[in-house]
Design a protein. Sequence first.
Lengths: 329, 400, 295
Amino acid sequence: MTDLATTEAASGVALAETDDSTAKLHRNLFIAIAALLVVAPFVAYPVFVMKVLCFALFALAFNLLLGYGGLLSFGHAAYFGMASYVCAYTAKNWGLTPELAILLGTAVAAVLGTVFGALAIRRQGIYFAMITLALAQMVFFFSLQTPRFTGGEDGIQAVPRGKFLGLISLEDDRALYWLVAAIFLGGVLMIYRIIHSPFGQVCKAIRDNEPRAISLGYRANQYKLMVFVLSATLAGLAGATKAIVFQLASLTDVYWTMSGEVVLMTLVGGLGTVFGPIAGAVVIVAMQNYLASLGSWVLVVQGGIFVLCVLLFREGIVGLVAKWIKKPL
Amino acid sequence: MKLKTFLATSALAVLLASPAFAQQISVKAGVLNDRSGLYADLAGEGSVVAARMAVEDFKAAEKGIKVEIVSADHQNKPDVGSTIARQWYDQDGVDLILDVPTSSVALAVSQITKEKNKININSGAGSSDLTGKACNANTIHWTYDTYALAQGTGGAMVKAGGDSWFFLTADYAFGHALERDATATITKAGGKVLGSVKTPFPGTDFSSFLLQAQASKAKVIGLANAGSDTTNAIKQAGEFGIVAGGQKLAGLLVFISDVHALGLQAAQGLVLTESFYWDRDDQTRAWSQRFAKLNGGKMPTMVQAGVYAGLLHYLKAVEATKSKDTATLMAKMKEMPTDDPLFGKGSIRPNGRKMHDMYLYEVKKPSESKGPWDYYKQISVLPAEQAFQPLAETGCSLIK
Amino acid sequence: MFELLGIPPQALFGQVLLGLINGSFYAILSLGLAVIFGLLNIINFTHGAQYMMGAFVAWMALNYLGLNYWVALLLAPIVVGAIGVLIERLLLKRIAHLDHLYGLLLTFGLALIIQGLFRNYYGSSGLPYGIPPQLSGGQNLGFMFLPNYRAWVIVASLTVCIGTWFLIEKTKLGAYLRAATENPTLTQAFGINVPLLVTLTYGFGVALAAFAGVLAAPIYSVNPNMGGDLIIVVFAVVVIGGMGSIMGAIVTGFSLGLIEGLTKVFYPEGAATVIFVIMVLVLLVKPAGLFGRPA
């Protein structure tokens, strides 16, 4: 039986061993990403790039749980959306500066992740997916029915972008862009560190063979919960940032289709690869953007991509590249 | 470097080109609405068809105005809608955005329009906040709003003897707003509200709530919901013999596309308010028949009619002022009386509210209907001044 | 006249009955999911879309072919079940050897495609479908007006549920099925065509969804989104019941419909969330679900 999260291992690329040349490759890739981030706002529409970055971070967070915890969550919209609400609410109604609002949103996502994680990790596999989905749906109904906090179906609109640290105005798209780019890069580096830390190694061990890891004395559930919380927190960071970028937090962010989208991004980019979710987010966000006039066909195309990826293309874009250059990405 | 060269060349090109087209004004209008979801039938592609008809009927090309129409699907999501709106204004040179059903998206787009100082003529959304506490100098709200619907349906029903009400209210802000507005109207008209029940949104089964409504013995059951919630509730009310038992159903937000979806068997006897019905007079009939040919046989909804009339009015203002300056155009549009075949003569208030009469209709029995789309009989006309919220009460910051 | 928590007992009884009717849909749908899960080990995310297809086939049969409700009740499960068989043969089979989560993702993608296509062709406001004339009208039971059609829904779903239970627990075919669930390799070795059994099971589970769709067509609006949200509630029902037994799925379906119905009377605002709250409580006490076997 092939494990969902370890397709790349099955395709002959070992992920755990990060030898020198791989480390160098990764470092170069990070430099390339940083360079791209610097150039991007001058060639592309900054708001679009910021949207891609937020979703890329969201997908990375999701992938942390799936790729390194072996748990497929179908309810990540809950953390993304709740953080987005908290951030928007505090920035608008309490007048918090953007960085504080984002931090607060992220913190709430962490708390929510702890509660839901503790419930959900009692089951695995498909049950885990269904439980996370149902829990997220609860958050959706909560958001729908507390218009005083969430603005109901109108969402929280006209969220002020405010001044970074109370000094630098973020009203200009370019100015905001640098903050978003910094958050994104920080998030990516953090995830990379987590994966390659001893903690990350234990998580992988649990993912690959839980009974064995337990017999070696690791408390598997604690590790799983930890990785769940980290993933929820980072998803929250992405959601909170998105609220500042679009000056809006809405029900879309907590609806289950959002959870589906992040799964799709990760799947397209490559499950369990470090860089895959970024590629996936670029592809899916760009597709939604350019196909917007097609209406329901977007749904059909998305579904088609899902089916094709599962049937023929399980490694995803980055997974395929990794296979081709025989190095984990 | 490359970028600079490019900018320089294009600037030069514009400079060279502009004298040649000095007389030509080109306008880019974006129809932003739901093309795949709940409101795709009442707005959707039909609104684009309506916009194209406006350009055609205005004979824009002959008057030296070049109009381009673009469209996109906002999927009823405020974030998708605001992304598209931003991009249209920032990048694609769109001058005005039309339609925008779904209040949440409409409020977001109106906000961005203000920020970017462009023009937004809303037809599809219901929220009276667009010309109330969220009003701005860049937005016109054309077709209807929740206040007018409540006035029409609520007020007229009480007058007709339906003086005790029970509400089935979709449990979200829009449903609450509908109930609140209708309750105010009903009590003002001398009726009373016996009770209401908040139904989960979106809901499929309303039988339990309908039984509660039945038990209340209210003369009218008000449906403060929209879309498939409304159609499901109406369908099930028929099943439980509620209309047959003497209680009346009043839909606070029902479009002709909903009635079409329900079929007359299920929808008969329903009372509702609209600002446009295709079969009202010769002009609306002639226009609607043309429209239906272009729209797969489907008759226009009031939302689609509003897109047509709104764009027509905008183009008239462009012709009159020979300008594309937002402030000039908005001033002209508000100053100039509106006149079109679909809504007749009217005006636009300082808060952006388009004023026209509203009509109270009752859905025909299957036996009364003479053919497809023959759905309504008119009960009464509500003059614009009564239908829409008095300016002073709107809470709009533009009125001082 | 005594009252129970402020509600007259007659009204309460009426609401209980209505709850059971809604429970019928949960029961048939979660039964279908359970049957498929038992043998294929996948959660069929397309179930909601297939339920919707059932309703649409009924509508098409009436409007394109002039076939009435009763024919549709037979025809829709066959047609949609046949499509299910195709899906299993052409798609699910290819990923049967992989992690079961791929099945979830694949069926999720299929659900998006099917919903999107139906929306493109039929729009989203829904299509009219009347109650069959034989079942129109209703009975005045004294405490409530019970439409004949609703009574029929309970009877039909109970019959189908019990029939399915009997088929699986008491017949030879059911025995093969259970054997294949326990140990497919061994069952195959006994000369039973397990792949065929898998295909037919999927087709049968899907047919159940379509049957529920036809049952729903006259009372709920026939529209492309009708299954999308329902399926998540059914997922919660399945988590609560656990995937242990066929009877478990049926009982959980009906009882949750009942609980939801009562919530609509006492605390309507909570009706949308009550099932999810119960799910959390059950998970805290019995992670495997009420009828599930511990993993």
